[in-house]
Every structure is written in structure tokens, then in C-alpha cells.
Design a binder for this molecule. Structure first.
Ligand code: PBG
Length: 338
């Protein structure tokens, strides 16, 4: 490959500022953009009626009951957001060590799927496949003999995926990081006549401190007792291993992949984009959102907007097809204004 710099005349013939001097030229030279269709909106749902409760440590984000979810799904669809990802706060009384409520066909997630579909049939619905909202210990899989047991967990994850498919989910998103779960879930869905249901695997999901606000939001822990997921989520020091995880998920039949968290892992997104021909989604997770919020809260409105858009465009530049972001709704409103 010819190095670009070898072909370029030097200064003063080359002046890159020429293209930056006018609004129109900056505009035609724009390489990437954020559009509403890039955005997936994660929402936190809870039991009850007419509930909009602020989440501690996640400023501006609410936990909502399913009636409100229906209204918000309609509004989001009107703005052009193509899909919502559901995250439940399960009533502690329904949690147990094996997360059995994940398999109940009337659990909060199943009813949330139905609420979105009845309010707005064209809204895409994405659901997390993992046991953590349902387990008393907050782990994503089953604990056997003191460890999160990979193969024992697969069986319940398949059933969870089928349960959600039956409730009308369009995309299942395994976020548990068990080995072999994509292939197992694909086979389970196909056998249960859900070959049309898509899999968006969290192919490279890191053991990140940035998930802390999320775990409070779904009450997967108390802040003093955060489950240590390092026996299944990836080591933040590794990138070659992420490529192996992605290769395995593609071989097992995932339709798309998620890389998570987002901003500290842009190198992983770029590497994946260069190596694999598959749509990539980034999850800008709760801790990233909150970090941005803490700066945004010190800025004037136009600068807040610039900050948030700058963070989001980094994902497109790195090679993402789309982004899961708690800013999705806000950004869709802005994009509809202009
Ligand atoms: C659960 C799950 C987590 C997130 C999404 N799904 C937390 C975790 O793995 O502990 C985090 C999302 C966020 O922080 O916004 N499997």
C-alpha cells in the first residue's frame, strides 16, 4: 500500500485548512455521521403503574413501568430510533440462586417486550440473554461448586432466549460471556421455530468497572457487593483474545456483534472492523454515560451537545454500524430539530 504522505506535496502547496475554512466545505468533507438509525436505546423497566423513578448514579435516566415504556417506545419510533434494548429491575422477591424467573413466560422482560410491540409494532426489541437480573448473587450464569458453571448455564440461557422469542423479541443479545452460548442459542431457537430471531452477541465484553451504575439500576447488587465477573468477562489488557472471541461467535452463527464497553475499547472496534465482515455495535455503557454527564453538567447547552455528539461519532469513525447509548433519545430529538 502506498503511504498517503508519500503522494502529498508538502506545505505550502498542501494546505489542509483550505477545506476547513467554510461551513460548506467542512460539510462535504464529513466522513462520518450520526443518524437516528444508528441508535439503539437501552431502557430500564420496573413493575408498577405510571412509574418514572430517577436512578441513583445515572443522572437523567429513569426506571419506568411498562405503561410508560409503551408511550416512550411510540415517541422513540416517531423520532426514528429503530430499536430498544430492555433491562429489567426484577423484584428481589422473585430472585433466586438459579435465576428461574428468567424462564417464566410472564416475567417483567416478557411483558416489556409485549408492551413495546403493542404500543409500536415496528419498534425493534432487543433483549439481554444473561441471568444477572434474576439471580440473588448477581452472576450471569449458574453457580455450581462455587464457580460459574459454563455448560450448566448454557441450558438455561437457551431456554431464556426461547422464552423471549416466544414473547416477540426480535433480537436476543447474549451478554453472559459463557463459551459456546451463541451456537447453543442458535440451535435452540432454530429447533423451536425461531430461525427468524436474530442474535447480536456481546462478543467481546470486558470485565469493566464502568458497569457499576447499571448494576445499581437493575439492583443486581448493592454498591458494596459487586459480583466479580472476571472468570467470564474479558481482561481489559487483551485485544488478540477479543479477535478470537469474535471469530468464535461468528462461527457459531451470530448475526452481529457488540463490543462493550465502548469508548475505552475503540481500538477493539477498529481491529474487529478491519478483520471481520460483520456489523459491529458498540455499547456506550452506564459508567461512560455518567462520566460524560459529569462534564456535561458543567457546560452550556450547545457545548453539552457538542460533547455528546463528539463521543458518539468516535464509534462511527472506529467502524461501528450502530451504538447502544443512554443518549439515544436525547440525540434523536436533536437530530430531528435540525
Ligand atoms: C448484564 C449486563 C451488564 C450490562 C449490560 N448487560 C452488566 C454486567 O455485565 O455486569 C452493563 C451495561 C451498562 O453498564 O450500561 N449481563
Amino acid at each position: 500500500m502506498t503511504r498517503q504522505n508519500d503522494l502529498m506535496p508538502g506545505f505550502p502547496v498542501s494546505r489542509l485548512r483550505r477545506g476547513r475554512m467554510h461551513m460548506f466545505s467542512r460539510s462535504i468533507l464529513t466522513e462520518n455521521s450520526i443518524r437516528c438509525h444508528d441508535l439503539i436505546w437501552p431502557v430500564f423497566v420496573t413493575e408498577g403503574q405510571n412509574i418514572i423513578e430517577p436512578i441513583d448514579g445515572l443522572s437523567g435516566i429513569d426506571r419506568i413501568s411498562l405503561d410508560i415504556l409503551g408511550q416512550r417506545a411510540k415517541a422513540a419510533h416517531r423520532l426514528g430510533i429503530p430499536a430498544i434494548a430492555i433491562f429489567p429491575r426484577i423484584d428481589p422477591a422473585r430472585k433466586d440462586a438459579d435465576g428461574t424467573n428468567a424462564l417464566a413466560n410472564d416475567n417483567l422482560v416478557c411483558r416489556a417486550i409485549a408492551a413495546i410491540k403493542s404500543a409500536e409494532p415496528d419498534m425493534g426489541v432487543i433483549v439481554d440473554i444473561a441471568l444477572d437480573p434474576f439471580t440473588t448473587h448477581g452472576h450471569d450464569g449458574l453457580i455450581r461448586d462455587g464457580v460459574v458453571d459454563n455448560d450448566a448455564s448454557l441450558d438455561i440461557l437457551i431456554k431464556q432466549a426461547i422464552n423471549y422469542a416466544q414473547s416477540g423479541a426480535d433480537i436476543v443479545a447474549p451478554s453472559d460471556m459463557m463459551d459456546g452460548r451463541v451456537g447453543a442459542i442458535r440451535a435452540g431457537l432454530d429447533e423451536a421455530s425461531f430461525s427468524h430471531v436474530m442474535i447480536m452477541s456481546y462478543a467481546a465484553k470486558y470485565a469493566s468497572a464502568l458497569y457499576a451504575p447499571f448494576r445499581t439500576a437493575v439492583s443486581a447488587n448493592t454498591l458494596t457487593d459487586i459480583a466479580d465477573k472476571t472468570s467470564y468477562q474479558m481482561n481489559p489488557a487483551n485485544s488478540d483474545e477479543a479477535m478470537r472471541e469474535i471469530a468464535l461467535d461468528i462461527k457459531e452463527g451470530t448475526d452481529f456483534i457488540i463490543i462493550k464497553p465502548g469508548m475505552p475499547y475503540l481500538d477493539i472496534i477498529r481491529q474487529a472492523h478491519d478483520q471481520f465482515n460483520i456489523p459491529i455495535f458498540a455499547y456506550q455503557v452506564s459508567g461512560e454515560y455518567q462520566m460524560i454527564q459529569s462534564l456535561a453538567s458543567t457546560l452550556a447547552q450547545d457545548k453539552q451537545k457538542a460533547l455528546i455528539m463528539e463521543m458518539l461519532i468516535s464509534f462511527k469513525r472506529a467502524g461501528c454500524t450502530g451504538i447502544l447509548s443512554y443518549y439515544a433519545y436525547q440525540v434523536a430529538e436533536w437530530l430531528n430539530e435540525t
